[in-house]
Design a protein around this ligand. Structure first.
Ligand code: GDP
Length: 299
């Protein structure tokens, strides 16, 4: 929890501290106060939908609990935020399929490659075997990065010098089956040459995965850079509309004051947040726990 708190420093300073300064002021709860809260929430990328929802919820709590001054508001807002985020807290379970096939998607720079490495180690630490499919065939550097990483960490990486993404992943699934591997992490492209359409390519990859295993993909994880704020919301919508995202990883929460974007996601497209990234090391990928997150924000 201390690590999480540290990781969320910037969001805490921006959002948590500003809110706390309102709460500790000991003034009457009036429209002016709500407006002040609205400004703070919006400036931390909570987004208009979630902000409206949270403030409506807060008004109800104030009425129900007969709160009168700003000092009593903190607990109520914390609880409102917790209740909003709780549905997103759904840990990833991989036991029901073997291999459990995870398709990893996200735009370049979001932290997809780093997250794949962190996830591989996370699963290994649970005693599971992992195989990586270097499906970002449009970026030689991404492929090489994965291969080097795999060698260093004793994880098999299936790759092809040339060839398309879907073919590499198809091969990787068959290799995983032959070797009795528990988890396949399939990387995909994050950007294509302009004449090609990323979503069409990802749809094709998804179809080919289903050819290798009719029950798969078992999970489609979208990796999002929290720094991109409201743009991350646009990404969630377009990837989800195209291929049906089943889980999110929100990276780089440590480097941003825009942690409020989690609340925006909860309101706009409530897809489970499987993990959050709060730093560059292995330990900095943490399962998302709503209570822990909200507490770290306000402490
Ligand atoms: P990709 O293009 O999506 O594969 O992105 P990369 O995995 O190469 O990551 C881009 C940059 O973001 C790298 O410098 C990573 O070290 C960094 N990065 C990824 N996740 C995190 C995180 O949670 N926190 C921080 N601070 N940096 C991260």
């Amino acid at each position: 929890a201390a690590r999480l708190k540290q990781g969320l420093t910037r969001t805490r300073e921006h959002l948590g501290k500003q809110l706390t300064s309102v709460f500790t002021r000991n003034v009457k709860i009036d429209e002016e106060l709500y407006e002040e809260l609205e400004t703070i929430l919006l400036s931390a990328d909570v987004g208009i939908d979630a902000t409206t929802f949270l403030l409506d919820d807060l008004r109800k709590r104030v009425k129900r609990e007969k709160l009168t001054d700003s000092q009593q508001l903190q607990g109520a807002l914390q609880q409102a935020m917790h209740d909003l985020l709780l549905p997103l807290e759904q840990p990833l379970h991989t036991e029901q399929n073997k291999p459990f096939i995870i398709m990893m998607v996200g735009v370049n720079g979001a932290g997809k490659t780093t997250t794949i490495g962190k996830l591989a180690k996370y699963f290994q630490s649970q005693g599971k075997s992992v195989l990586l499919a270097a499906g970002d065939t449009f970026r030689a550097a991404a492929r090489e990065q994965l291969v080097v990483w795999g060698e260093r960490n004793n994880v098999t990486v299936i790759t092809q010098e040339s060839g398309d993404s879907a073919a590499v992943i198809f091969d990787a699934i068959n290799a995983a089956k032959a070797r009795g591997i528990d988890i396949v992490l399939a990387d995909t492209a994050g950007r294509l040459p302009t004449q090609l359409h990323l979503m069409e390519e990802l749809k094709k990859v998804k179809r080919v995965i289903a050819k290798a295993d009719p029950t798969a993909p078992h999970e489609i994880i979208l990796v999002l850079d929290a720094n991109t704020g409201q743009n991350a919301i646009a990404q969630v919508k377009s990837f989800d509309d195209a291929i049906g995202v089943t889980g999110l990883v929100l990276t780089k929460l440590d480097g941003t004051a825009k942690g409020g974007v989690i609340s925006a996601i909860a309101k706009v497209r409530p897809i489970p947040i499987r993990f959050i990234g709060v730093g560059e090391t292995m330990d900095d990928l943490r399962p998302f726990v709503a209570r822990e997150f909200v507490e770290a924000l306000f402490e």
